[in-house]
Design a protein around this ligand. Structure first.
Ligand code: G1P
Ligand code: ZN
Length: 543
């Protein structure tokens, strides 16, 4: 094999964020930008000679070209085998599943998750380790260090691989296998869930609308929900992955999944609505005219887990990210299992799962998952819900209301101020930090501040410390406001404000979350000067 050593100079901006390196497509198109980062990944790994690398992506613009480059670089760097999804497709959870199943050394996933795609959209790349999970911080730091020093990359002179055809090609020392992206994942789902019960549910006339948002989950949902579980054809909408996601923003929330929201809140609504994001790791779950917050969803899955074959023996423990509501904490307390609070981002759950400490985990940002893979998993959450409904024979709304009745309700909302000036956003955070000592005891309207801090996490498994993970303001009545800056945005800064208030009295549950949190919304602005620092009158997205 002819290997070329190409001389290069580093870029200064290849620091991976919450989930990999994410930039505008235009930036990735700059000569050597992708190659430099891929080489930085390989240079920070050891012991992969002759081993297997999994490669695939969410199908966005640039996906296939990047895959051809990565295969040639993997060959030049000494990998022995590459497993790649047909047409270059692999959802993030399916990539995790395949890495684990075939005991690959690791995998490279091309995705910018829910960020828009197309030539004017975003592109991204992340490395997942042999456990199937996102590279831990130590590893991403090493990649970043290499990216700042890089002066050459290695690439083999090989023909392009035909990604459209399932086949194995041996190119001198490297074997490239193009695999079906759905089969292994579908098999894993059928081991966890009672497919017969769900099939019977659909047979009884239960209707679902699953919105693939023109992104990766279309083929997965069609195979599993329509073909294998028997939901009528057409139950999956927007099910063909497009390079620009149909010009949409494939983020499953009430703002961006509006087509689905109109269907489930409209006349003749189906019994169940669900959507997933660009790379298939997020989920939104809806009943007939009824929205389940991701925080409540995690709590409800936890409370009902033993109804599911894959979890019938109970859960080792659960985990949630810090800004996620404490609804699941109440369930964990009742079940007598541990509930861990981690910083935002999926990589923190991996250590807990590898150590057998937690089975289910989730984030408020429409991410839920379990130890079946090491990523959050959109379709898995949908199947979990369907299995619960098939067993309990109740509606989504009934299941949720009964849950609040039993555990109380954590009213919850996240307000995002997207693409604001970085200087103002940083200033807002700095000013809050400077007031930690003076805030406790201060009265804001009805609310009295009990504590103010910056969340710091010590990993219970490896002892690593992650500081400055978000400002927490706790109030005397147990309510909470969290302020943090996004680590995944590509333009300016995004301020996230997380609001939470617990209500034990079920008779008050008729209130909408925004109404129930109205006081807290005013307090958040008074406390942090949101309007003043962002120049925005209101959030861009409310979930
Ligand atoms: C966002 C979410 C976070 C999630 C991440 C990747 O990160 O808030 O929970 O893990 O996307 O999907 P952020 O932009 O807030 O850093
Ligand atoms: Zn995603």
């Amino acid at each position: 094999m002819k290997i070329n050593t190409v001389t290069t100079t580093p870029f200064s901006d290849q620091k991976p964020g919450t989930s990999g390196l994410r930039k505008r497509v235009k930036i990735f198109q700059v000569a050597n930008y992708l190659e430099n980062f891929v080489q930085s990944i390989f240079d920070s790994l050891e012991g992969f000679q002759g081993k297997t690398l999994v490669v695939g992506g969410d199908g966005r613009y640039g996906n296939k070209a990047a895959i051809q480059t990565i295969i040639k670089m993997a060959a030049a760097n000494g990998f022995g085998r590459v497993l790649v999804g047909q047409n270059g497709l692999l959802s993030t959870p399916a990539a995790s599943c395949i890495i684990r199943k075939y005991e690959a050394f690791g995998g490279i996933i091309l995705s910018a998750s829910h960020n828009p795609g197309g030539p004017d959209g975003d592109f991204g790349i992340k490395y997942n380790a042999g456990n199937g999970g996102p590279a831990p911080e130590k590893m991403t730091e090493a990649m970043y260090s290499h990216s700042k020093e890089i002066n050459r990359y290695l690439i083999a002179e090989l023909p392009d691989i035909d990604l459209n055809t399932i086949a194995t090609t041996t190119l001198e020392q490297i074997k490239v296998e193009v695999v079906d992206p759905v089969t292994d994942y579908a098999e894993l789902m059928s081991e966890l869930f009672d497919f017969n019960a769900i099939r019977a549910l659909f047979k009884s006339g239960f209707r679902i609308c699953f919105d693939g948002m023109h992104a990766i989950t279309g083929p997965y949902a069609k195979t599993i929900i329509e073909d294998r579980l028997g939901a009528p054809k057409g139950s999956v909408i927007n099910g063909v992955p497009l390079e620009d996601f149909g010009q949409g923003h494939p983020d499953p929330n009430l703002t961006y999944a509006h087509e689905l929201v109109e269907i489930v809140y409209g006349d003749n609504a189906p019994d169940f609505g669900a959507a997933s994001d660009g790379d298939g790791d997020r989920n939104m779950v809806l009943g007939k005219g009824f929205f389940i917050t991701p925080s409540d969803s995690l709590a409800i899955l936890t409370a009902n887990a033993t109804l599911i074959p894959g979890y019938k023996d109970g859960l080792a423990g659960v985990a949630r990210s810090m800004p996620t509501s404490a609804a699941v904490d109440r369930v964990a307390a009742k079940l007598g299992i541990n509930c861990y609070e981690t910083p935002t981002g999926w990589k923190f759950f991996g250590n807990l799962m590898d150590a057998g400490k937690v089975t289910l985990c989730g984030e408020e940002s429409f991410g839920t998952g379990s130890d079946h893979v090491r990523e959050k998993d959109g379709l898995w959450a949908v199947l979990f819900w369907l299995n619960i409904l098939a067993v309990r024979k109740e509606s989504v709304e009934e299941v949720c209301r009964q849950h609040w009745q039993e555990y109380g309700r954590n009213f919850y909302s996240r307000h995002d101020y997207e693409g604001v000036e970085s200087a103002g956003a940083n200033e807002l955070i700095t000013q809050l930090r400077n007031r930690f000592d003076s805030l406790p005891g201060t009265q804001f309207g009805q609310q009295k501040i009990a504590f103010a801090d910056d969340f710091s996490y010590t990993d219970p498994i490896d002892g690593s410390i992650s500081k400055a993970q978000g400002i927490r303001i706790g109030f005397a009545d147990g309510s909470r406001i969290v302020f943090r800056l996004s680590g995944t945005g590509t333009e300016g800064a995004t301020l996230r404000v997380y609001l939470e208030r617990f209500e034990n009295d079920v008779s008050k549950h008729v209130q909408e979350a925004q109404a129930a949190l109205a006081d807290m919304i005013v307090v958040a602005d008074k406390l942090a000067g949101i309007k003043q620092h962002t120049g925005r009158e209101k959030p861009t997205v409310i979930t």
